[in-house]
Design a protein. Structure first.
Length: 365
């Protein structure tokens, strides 16, 4: 690319929610257009409707693809031939179809190298369901489409406060049977790698929460801590990963213990997200770690209850853009640092002198 600014692909999400409101508010600030080149995948007509009805001072250009997007401008790629009717706060299958069309186009252009990162606006997980989208949410769909076989990890974050999940969008009745030692080890490994690669933390410290109340009370309230979680942590520590726990979840956040760690691994969705959103709802970001693609989203949903009123805060969406940009740069630096690493040096002792050998080749190189 002639322009060095990162190209951010933004999917419109549910057009009856607050997606366009937070997108347009974010990029109504000229400074944001200096940081990156944003491309919305959606509908120019819908974008114009939201802009007018909510009185947002934001301009955009209509392009056929991200390849035509110009710097210092917000661009919109039309992703649907159908007319999409906007009805604020309404769960509508047509809005779900439009959201899926935008997501599929963004993924297609990411594969073509036309965008660098993806930021997704909130969807309605019910109305988006179709023959081609049979997933609980964005995370699982993007893992299938862009993961190249890699497993994803959902991380909710605000600054240095990061919460990841062992299990994601599954019924509560299936949580205990889904959690295994291998799954916990897999998620800790992904989390540890992401903290190093994506957040430039040299030696991450990870806290792991328990499954049962009071960490099982030595088996009185459940044996998963003794039989599954603790053995998994021991094995990961033996492999050089710094992880602690299992900690009782009820007082962990309230006592501010989370401030001593680079990441917290929760066993299930609400165990991690309920306290996170209580502490960091307005500026929280959802990051899908573990995949080649960088994808972020705001921590809130479609917010039908306030859609069309012009009162939605764009802070979380703006943070999602910032995080995507930061992670992209961190990955670039990490990749550069690993190119042509210094060879290991060996010394030979002869008599009373040390001689440096530079011609020895280590098997690990």
């Amino acid at each position: 690319m002639e322009d060095n600014r990162i190209r951010v692909g933004i999917t419109q999400g549910d057009v009856n929610g607050v997606g366009y409101e937070v997108i347009l508010k974010t990029f109504s600030e000229p400074l944001m257009l200096e940081l990156c080149t944003p491309i919305i995948y959606g509908s120019p007509k819908v974008a114009a409707y939201h802009r007018k009805s909510l009185d947002i001072n934001a301009s955009f250009s209509i392009v056929n693809s991200a390849s035509e997007a110009a710097p210092n401008k917000l661009s919109v790629v039309n992703c649907s031939d159908d007319e999409v009717k906007v009805e604020f706060s309404k769960a509508d299958p047509e809005a779900g179809k439009a959201a899926l069309d935008a997501l599929e186009r963004a993924i297609e252009e990411y594969k073509q190298g036309l965008i660098d990162v993806i930021v997704t606006a909130p969807i309605n997980k019910h109305t988006i369901q179709s023959e081609t989208f049979d997933f609980p949410g964005h995370t699982e769909y993007i893992e299938r489409k862009l993961g190249n076989g890699a497993k994803s990890l959902m991380i909710l974050m605000k600054d240095d406060f990061r919460v990841a999940l062992v299990t994601g969008h599954i019924p509560v009745s299936q949580i205990a049977s889904t959690i295994t030692k291998d799954l916990i080890k897999e998620k800790i490994a992904i989390f540890n790698k992401s903290l190093k690669q994506d957040f430039s933390i040299g030696r991450p410290r990870i806290a792991v929460l328990s499954l049962n109340p009071h960490a099982g009370d030595d088996g009185l309230l459940g044996k998963e801590e003794q039989e599954i979680i603790s053995p998994a942590l021991q094995e990961m520590n033996d492999e050089g990963v710094i992880c602690y726990g299992p900690y009782a979840a009820d007082g962990f956040m309230g006592s501010e213990n989370y401030m001593h760690f680079d990441g917290i691994l929760a066993m299930y969705h609400d165990q991690g997200l309920a306290p996170f959103k209580a502490l960091a709802m307005d500026e929280g970001v959802n990051y899908t770690a573990g995949l080649p693609v960088i994808r972020t989203s705001p921590a809130h949903g479609t917010a039908y209850d306030i859609a069309g009123q012009g009162i939605a805060s764009e802070d979380s969406f703006r943070k999602a853009v910032y995080v995507a940009l930061d992670i992209f740069r961190n990955r670039c630096r990490d990749k550069e640092a690993r190119v042509n690493p210094l060879r290991k040096q060996y010394y030979e002792k002869r008599d009373d002198s040390d001689k440096l050998k530079l011609d020895s080749i280590d098997d690990d190189m």
